[in-house]
Design a protein around this ligand. Structure first.
Ligand code: SF4
Length: 349
């Protein structure tokens, strides 16, 4: 068993299963103890996410309303103009966000797309924001170009275990995903990679996903743990719900296995009660997206986040110094702007 808080890359299935089998309180206590070794327990990192190209994706991810394979009534949008993206980034910065994530529903960026995408990275970086993108698969040369333009993070999720993967996606392989993560690392960028729970996978698959992530040569700096949002029209719209306590256990085990990574509560937060979110923070989650919606999946209103953070005494990591009232004002202004142009994206690439 792990020495408390040590980063390891050799997790076995039986070790992870043993963590899952711990009594709930013992598991949470262990996760919280490890969390405190590496992070301020009362801080949560907040990112803003913008969809720069929405829908018509050729991939067939069975959970995703952006896939061209399913009819979900989603409003599609071509690649946004560079200036429009930079205007959104400015708003996010004013609202106190420290990282701006840009997502495009592509199998991979084409050579024609790359100059625009690189301009976006450069422009956002010049504002002093951290930059993150999710564009699908990357070739080695594209990863290099993005890194040179100033991209800090690349989001590319593993989604689930290698064994369950082909029940969810058939248009790209697990190895394709691992290859993209390898190119991102080789180019010197940070990785945001996690998965989605509640897609009908088994407990063994959830163990498999966490082992894949933790046993990467270098653990992802950011690990989004999504709860499936069942979207009408997608093949997973009627899948059975995951027990919320099982979700919390996954957060806690992720925290123990990846002690220095930010564990992010992502899609599915709207469906969670305040109490469940509070429990997730206690289990070691310390990152969220804010915005009125994550494009196709409702996100808790920014207002509700602020209220919950206040009730829990949680501060936003690296926020610009401002009073609560000022923070609320700027965030509400941002929220209004987002409502005018609801382009927030569910980072499930
Ligand atoms: S998750 Fe990403 S790659 Fe899969 S269909 Fe949706 S946008 Fe396309």
């Amino acid at each position: 068993m792990q020495t408390m808080g040590e980063v390891r890359h050799d997790w076995t299935e039986s070790e992870v299963r043993a963590l899952f089998k711990l009594p709930f309180n013992d598991l949470l206590f262990r996760a919280q103890s490890i969390h405190r070794q590496h992070f301020d327990p009362n801080e949560v990192q907040v990112s803003t996410l913008l969809s720069i190209k929405t829908g018509s994706c050729p991939e067939d991810c069975k959970y995703c309303p952006q896939s061209a394979h399913y009819d979900t009534g989603l409003e599609k949008q071509r690649l946004m103009e560079v200036e429009a993206v930079l205007a959104k980034a400015r708003q996010a910065k004013e609202a106190g966000s420290t990282r701006f994530c840009m997502g495009a529903a592509w199998k991979h960026p084409t050579e024609r797309d790359m100059p625009y995408v690189l301009e976006m990275v450069k422009g956002v970086k010049e504002m002093g924001l951290e930059t993150c993108m999710t564009l699908g698969m990357l070739k080695e040369s594209q990863a290099q170009e993005l890194a040179e333009a100033g991209l800090d993070y690349y989001n590319h999720n593993l989604d689930t275990s290698p064994e369950f993967y082909d029940k969810i996606i058939t248009t790209r392989t697990y190895q394709d995903r691992l290859d993209t993560l390898g190119h991102v690392r080789d180019a010197g960028m940070k990785i945001c990679s996690g998965g989605i729970l509640g897609m009908g996978e088994t407990a063994k698959d959830r163990i498999g996903l966490l082992r894949q992530l933790a046993n990467l040569p270098q653990q992802p700096e950011s690990v989004p743990i999504n709860m499936l949002v069942k979207v009408e029209g997608t093949p997973l719209e009627n899948v059975e719900d995951l027990d919320p306590l099982e979700f919390i256990r996954n957060i806690a085990v992720a925290r123990i296995m990846m002690p220095k990574s930010h564990v992010r509560l992502s899609a599915g937060r709207e469906q969670m009660s305040d109490e469940l979110q509070a429990m997730a923070f206690f289990a070691g989650a310390n990152s969220v997206f804010y915005g009125e919606c994550l494009l196709t999946t409702p996100n808790p209103e920014t207002h509700r986040d602020i209220q919950l953070f206040k009730r829990l005494g949680i501060n936003m990591e690296q926020r610009i110094e401002a009073s609560d009232a000022e923070q609320e004002q700027t965030i509400n202004r941002d929220l209004q702007a987002q409502q005018d142009n609801a382009l927030f994206y569910e980072a499930a690439n």
